[in-house]
Design a protein around this ligand. Structure first.
Ligand code: 4AD
Ligand code: MG
Length: 467
């Protein structure tokens, strides 16, 4: 057998199979004439136990002194394992130390480290059980997302990271500059002239690919984006990143109800896939991180999401049998504590809140028709998850040219910047809708991890741009 990944050996390896593995030492135990070395290559939570006989070359000089973190390549044959918890182990016939690791200074010790500490060693934390499990689940989520949209004939489109328009109209964009720090152009008053930054024009990092996704949906009907987005909001919370990944489906000929149906089917599918593909990792999260992880997953897959209007949600919150830190009243945005109360305490499952006041939502959301009261609201939807709060934000889009122009003006946005967006309402406009899923919030939701910094390989927050 050529080089094998440990996951496959643990699943399917048989006694007498010849194998070669490569990986990093997790633990090392010495017996009299041999030692046990646990090697992990990141393919699964469990490593493979290697039995190294004291007669092997280099045993005294190298192998016996091996310590956690060293990289090794081992060949041998599988034997039945007398130990508990594993079917097979590897009896080494050749054991190469590829890179040593100094036990005195290696920051990862056998004990449990706090996540705060692990964030200070971003270059090594991927070798821990928890971060390993997170990254495998993250990968499985990403693949499941593509699979879901592919099976429904959605076209995956790539939207730009550099952009001139503020897709959310919330003024949370990072400015891009082509100049070195000491070469920033100054205006006559001596202030940095950001207007010059992108070859004479201003440019920003995108906050959402939605507006471009709308362009593509009006040609390909059903599309989705999956890429990095940036928010220059200075919020140091366990749910916010300055750089996060977003999944944004956009559908032509679709209304808010179709949008909600898609969001619900989407979350159910992704949870189902991850439960299947990362069963061991999920059991680990349930045991070590949050004992409701498995129950939550079953709940998502089996129960219908609750759907209610913002107006009804406010009425429920006003009657709640507990007090909140932030005020509740019609017209105010829901805070995380309100979202969690609805999903976690009241309904005990994901909740889709719809029809928010226009005042607190983005300019592109479709104004509701009908009674004068309805016209104060827009066809928005937020999916709220227990523990996490808002995981998805979406809406039906305003497809009527005159209404959209009025909203852009009322929001104080520069209409000329959106000329192409308005053009889409001039030429073959259709009702259309879509949503954005915060990818890291999904991974948080599935794993039960409490801090968003621990579900992305290299978190970008106001306090960290290094690792
Ligand atoms: O609600 P948001 O701002 O919606 C949009 O950007 C729309 N353009 C999406 C669309 O309709 N195509 O963001 C969508 C989701 C949120 O529900 C949340 O899960 C996540 O993105 N999100 C963040 N995740 C991590 N860190 C941040 N700073 C986030 N801001 C939003
Ligand atoms: Mg939102």
């Amino acid at each position: 057998m050529a080089h094998s990944r440990i996951k496959h050996i643990l699943q399917a390896g048989q006694p007498d199979d010849p194998v070669t593995i490569q990986g990093w030492v997790r633990t090392q135990r010495q017996a009299k004439r041999f030692s046990f070395v646990e090697v992990n290559d990141g393919s699964s939570m469990a490593g493979l136990q290697v039995v190294v006989d004291g007669t092997l070359p280099d045993y005294e000089a190298k192998i016996k002194r091996l310590s956690t973190g060293a990289s090794v390549e081992v060949s041998g044959t599988l034997v039945e394992s007398p130990g508990k918890g594993q079917r097979v182990e590897l009896k080494a016939s050749d054991f190469q130390v590829v890179g040593e690791s100094d036990a005195e200074t290696y920051p990862l010790q056998k004990k449990r480290h706090s996540f705060e500490f692990l964030r200070t060693i971003g270059h090594l934390r991927a070798r821990t059980n928890t971060l390993g499990a997170v990254m495998r689940v993250r990968h499985a989520c990403a693949m499941a997302i593509h699979q879901f949209f592919q099976s429904r004939d959605f076209l995956w489109i790539h939207t730009p990271i550099l952009t001139a328009s503020d897709a959310e109209g919330a003024g949370e964009m990072f400015t891009v500059t082509r100049f070195g720090l000491d070469q920033l152009p100054l205006d006559p008053a001596g202030k940095v002239d950001y207007g010059q930054d992108f070859f004479g024009k201003p440019a920003y990092l995108t906050v959402s690919g939605q507006l471009e996704a709308e362009i593509m949906a009006l040609a390909f009907t059903n599309v989705y984006t999956f890429g990095p987005t940036f928010r220059a909001e200075n919020s140091n919370t366990s749910r916010h990143l300055a750089e996060f990944w977003m999944v944004e489906p956009e559908m032509a000929f679709c209304n808010l109800e179709g949008n909600m149906d898609l969001a619900e089917a989407f979350l159910k599918f992704v949870f189902g896939q991850v439960m299947e593909q990362c069963a061991d990792d999920i059991v680990f999260f349930n045991q070590r991180i949050d004992s409701s992880v498995l129950a939550t997953a079953t709940n998502i897959i089996d129960s219908e999401f609750e759907r209610l209007s913002y107006t009804d949600a406010i009425a429920l919150l006003e009657k709640a049998d507990r007090s909140f830190d932030f005020p509740v009243s019609w017209g105010l945005d829901l805070q995380s504590e309100h979202e969690r109360y609805l999903a976690e305490d009241y309904f005990k499952k994901p909740v889709i809140v719809t029809d928010y006041p226009a005042e607190i939502k983005a300019f592109y959301m479709r104004q509701n028709d009908g009674e004068p009261d309805d016209r104060k609201t827009v066809a928005a939807m937020d999916v709220l998850a227990p523990k996490v709060g808002e995981i998805i934000g979406g809406s039906q889009r305003e497809e009527r040219l005159d209404v959209l122009e009025a909203r852009i003006e009322a929001a104080g946005l520069p209409k000329e910047d959106y000329w192409w967006y308005l053009d889409l309402r001039r030429y073959g406009t259709v009702p259309h809708a879509g949503f954005g899923l915060g990818f890291e919030r999904l991974v948080q939701f599935i794993t039960g991890m409490t801090n968003i910094r621990d579900v992305i390989p290299f978190p970008r927050t106001p306090d960290n741009v290094e690792f």
